[in-house]
Design a binder for this molecule. Structure first.
Ligand SMILES: [Zn+2]
Length: 398
């Protein structure tokens, strides 16, 4: 690239929908704002700029509308990628949309002297919810520098220090309305890191960012798997995001459509099904044993109430119905390995009020052990939906 003595901005002026909305990026990111950005990055106030059309392209910008709400600034032999926030932050994902795109552009350019920045426009609405903070921390982790965040905000959005740090904070942030979550991160029974990510609609932005940050913090020996949860015809992550994840080279991407689920259903009764696990996350929140509250993710399993082996044998059901029951989040609870085994062996069970029942004839010393490791003798009321109780009745009918 050409050496520039004076900072120079190039900005695509059309947003994707500018023609329909009449809102152009050049109306939002004005020369006054560029002046502020320039001062924050270079300490200079003297600069040049050009707003360009879609057909413009150079080393850093392709022929396109403005992707990633981006300005490119060249100064000396350094290029700065600056992505700008939305002005209205309403929905949970609205401020995140352009961020992975901005990162993809930055990441894909092989030019070595490059920096990545984020600039808050005058934001209406609350840009500092717990969810936003999580997103900013992910951005910080993958290399975004925040140009005009207050020092108070900067303290709250420090980069994550490890994969475990992300898992822990994601758990805290998961919140009550679990089905709203785009991603769940946990560990499988061999300690491998598993991301269950929705890849459609606005969910794909959070899933992409989560993967970038986890890949950034990857340590040798760690195995990270992304289970893409596809819905209907909805597809995998966008090619540009998958491309970056593949280049990072440490995350196995596993698309989980119904073809895969059918295969797993045919092969195993224990059903190591990504979709079942995701459905349990949506209903029950993060992995914790319903009977002893153990939270060690490697030890926690999804326990079917109506077992898959019994679903397979039940008469007069279509394959689709069987699959639906096998994958239903209502048909399960989280149990640790001990409690799961006891449940499957029939040593313990539940009545229709969710109370724990013990099999008659257990040895006294075993009863004592079960009593010692079991913290709760009744399931939380919120688990006991009509569907859950129906599955329980099917189990008892076996
Ligand atoms: Zn347990």
């Amino acid at each position: 690239m050409r050496y520039r003595n004076k900072p120079h901005f190039v900005i695509k002026k059309n947003l994707q929908k500018s023609k329909n909305t009449g809102v152009y990026f050049s109306d939002v990111v004005t020369p006054e704002i560029l002046k502020d950005v320039c001062g924050l990055i270079t300490g200079q106030t003297d600069f040049t700029y050009q707003y360009v059309d879609n057909d413009y392209h150079d080393t850093f910008l392709e022929t396109s509308y403005n992707k990633g709400r981006m300005a490119i600034m060249q100064y000396k032999d350094v290029v700065s990628y600056i992505s700008f926030s939305e002005q209205e932050i309403n929905g949970r994902n609205s401020s995140v949309q352009s961020v992975p795109t901005a990162f993809n552009m930055y990441y894909n350019n092989p030019y070595p002297k490059k920096d990545l920045y984020y600039y808050f426009l005058n934001v209406e609405g609350n840009a500092e919810t717990e969810y936003q903070i999580l997103i900013y921390r992910l951005m910080n982790t993958i290399g975004f520098q925040f140009l005009n965040a207050s020092s108070e905000l900067l303290r709250r959005i420090n980069a994550f220090s490890s994969v475990e740090d992300i898992i822990f904070n994601r758990r805290i942030n998961a919140g009550r309305n679990r089905s709203n979550n785009s991603t769940f991160i946990t560990k499988g029974d061999s300690g491998e890191i598993e991301i269950y990510g929705k890849t459609y609609g606005a969910n794909k932005y959070e899933t992409s960012l989560m993967c970038y940050a986890l890949a950034q913090l990857w340590q040798p020996g760690q195995i990270i798997k992304l289970f893409e949860v596809l819905e209907g015809d909805l597809k995998e992550l966008p090619a540009s995001s998958l491309n970056v994840i593949n280049q990072m080279g440490v995350i196995d991407v596993i698309p989980t459509d119904m073809t895969l689920e059918k295969m797993i259903y045919d092969k195993e009764n224990s059903l190591r099904s990504p979709r079942y696990v995701l459905n349990l996350f949506n209903k029950l929140g993060n992995k914790h044993c319903a009977l002893c509250n153990c939270e060690i993710p490697e030890l926690i399993q999804g326990a079917h109430i109506w077992p898959v082996s019994a679903i397979k044998k039940a008469p007069a059901l279509s394959l689709d119905q069987r699959l639906e029951y096998a994958l239903d989040g209502e048909n399960g609870i989280w149990l640790c390995e001990n409690h799961h085994k006891m449940f499957d062996e029939g040593m313990i069970s539940f009545d229709c009020n969710g109370h724990l029942l013990l099999r008659n004839g257990l040895e006294h010393r075993h009863l004592k052990f079960i009593d010692e490791i079991t913290k709760y003798d009744v399931l939380p009321g919120e688990f006991l939906t009509d569907k859950f109780l129906w599955y329980l009745s099917q189990r008892m009918a076996v």
